[in-house]
Design a protein around this ligand. Structure first.
Ligand SMILES: Cc1cc2nc3c(=O)[nH]c(=O)nc-3n(C[C@H](O)[C@H](O)[C@H](O)COP(=O)(O)OP(=O)(O)OC[C@H]3O[C@@H](n4cnc5c(N)ncnc54)[C@H](O)[C@@H]3O)c2cc1C
Length: 451
């Protein structure tokens, strides 16, 4: 609790969301003469860049999660509240969690984004995305259940469908997922089954644009594609998914339409902002972009409401080069720190120049010991890039909790290709729907239709 200074009541900062943006804002405010209330619907901060490792059995969920209370236990001016904010009153300066009302002087909204199916929400049950711990566990269940089902399947076509893994979206998450599934099939579990040869698994990575890793330099995209193919992944670019239903993925490449029977379809394409963005837009008349991100001012505030800030994946900031900043952790972290500095400066009667993002580069890992790193002035690939990737992830993971042992253990598993966390939990093992079974007539193969 902060006490009034010079007879002024303490300034209340409410932060909604304890992801990268919200957490970094809270940490940067921990030494300030303000009361901070951090609200999150989960009681932990999730290190999303390693979610794919949970989905593919390398680490357990707890290894990449840190309880928000423990991360902020030394920030004596900060109260952590567990709850979901479902309304905002910008005029009355209040946020609502159901019946609970939390007043604020400054508000920081950092509720992030989730995957989007471009209006085809019905695809979600067939092709889960990766955003939460639950999503990762569901993906892990589907991946490892598929091999179990294939082991029991005697019909070769049906078995092939169990052994076909389709990853939609060739961005960093899709590339990392596809590479990790290839590692599993061709190395980790290759001696573990008796009726199937897991190295016959087919892993398809589908990308709508003309190259994987579109945010990276073209030569690194090229390297990534070569490395994926070397791992055994079939990379298909300029490929649009037009339907996902009954364990069949329909794709379109130019005029060519193909149907791919596959029980395991994983979604790594497209994001949409948290619904709080739209809610704020309706209450303030501020603009949202097509992905539902709130268009913010150069100081990350909302037009007409200088004490409301939107940061991270929820914000559309395009004051640097006309293009919106990407939805990556460093953007959220730097924005969180900037807004904290701005609030502190304002309380001292000072001003700050507008927010500027410092881009230190992009990284993506592809299977074992290979990564691509684009630092702008230098581009790395291969083991050195992988080591850089590992170092950066260790650095940021231990920053909010002591996870060094986890990372060392994980690095060891990585080298030895061990995936000890490949548990199948949750619902029953997948069974094909009656509609799927109809597909497997004796003559059925992967039909190609020219339109
Ligand atoms: C699978 C995956 C891999 C990624 N890999 C990388 C990578 O390698 N490198 C990189 O830089 N970036 C990566 N990203 C992107 C990065 O994780 C995001 O850009 C970053 O998390 C955005 O931070 P944020 O604070 O805006 O939102 P988030 O970190 O998503 O945090 C949002 C928080 O808000 C909470 N919340 C949401 N709604 C409410 C509500 N109504 N009330 C209360 N709380 C709420 C959530 O529980 C969550 O804790 C990845 C993302 C994913 C999903």
């Amino acid at each position: 609790m902060v006490y009034a200074v010079d007879n002024q009541p303490p300034h209340n900062v409410v932060i909604v969301g304890g992801g990268f943006g919200g957490l970094y804002a809270a940490k940067a405010l921990s030494n300030a003469n303000v009361n901070v209330t951090l609200i999150d619907k989960r009681n932990f901060h999730l290190f999303q860049p390693l979610l794919y490792q949970v989905a593919t059995g390398t680490v357990s969920p707890a290894d990449i999660s840190s309880p928000l209370r423990s991360v902020l236990s030394k920030s004596k001016n900060t109260t952590v509240l567990l709850g979901e904010v479902n309304n905002i009153d910008p005029q009355a300066q209040k946020v609502f969690m159901g019946d609970e009302i939390i007043p604020y002087d400054s508000l920081i909204l950092a509720t992030g984004a989730k995957h989007s199916y471009f209006g085809k929400d019905e695809w979600e049950e067939h092709a889960p995305g990766l955003k939460t711990v639950e999503d990762a566990i569901e993906m892990r269940r589907r991946i490892f259940s598929a091999f179990e089902a294939a082991e029991k399947e005697t019909n070769p076509q049906k078995r092939r469908a169990w052994m076909t893994f389709v990853v939609v979206g060739g961005g960093p998450t899709g590339v990392e997922l596809a590479g990790a599934i290839a590692e599993i099939a061709y190395h980790t579990i290759k001696d573990d089954f008796r009726n199937i040869d897991t190295s016959e698994a087919q892993i398809l990575l589908l990308e709508g644009l003309d190259r994987v890793l579109p945010p990276f330099a073209p030569e690194l995209s090229q390297e990534a594609a070569v490395s994926l193919r070397r791992l055994g992944v079939t990379v298909q670019t300029n490929t649009l998914v037009t339907n996902i239903e009954n364990d069949i993925v329909t794709i379109k490449q130019g005029d060519r339409v193909e149907q791919i029977p596959a029980h395991t379809v994983l979604w790594a394409a497209g994001v949409k902002a948290s619904p709080l963005g739209k809610m704020l837009a309706e209450a303030t008349d501020v603009e949202c972009d097509r992905a539902g991100r709130v268009v913010v001012e150069p100081d990350l505030s909302v037009n007409g409401y200088p004490n409301i800030f939107v940061i991270g994946d929820l914000a559309h900031f395009s004051h640097q080069n006309g293009k919106p900043l990407p939805g990556v952790a460093p953007v959220a972290m730097q924005e969180g720190e900037y807004v904290a500095a701005l609030i502190k400066a304002r309380l001292r009667g000072r001003k700050l120049p507008q927010f500027r993002y410092i881009d230190r580069g992009s990284l993506a890992v592809i299977g074992q010991n290979f990564a691509v790193v684009d630092l702008g002035f230098v581009k790395l690939k291969g083991f050195l890039a992988w080591f850089t990737w590992l170092f950066i992830h260790i650095y940021f993971l231990i920053e909010f909790d002591n996870k060094l042992i986890v990372m060392v253990q994980w690095a060891w598993n990585y080298f030895t290709r061990n995936r000890g966390a490949r548990l199948i939990t949750g619902n029953d093992i997948l069974t094909p729907t009656p509609e799927t079974d109809k597909y497997y007539s004796p003559v059925a193969s992967r039909p190609t239709v020219n339109v």
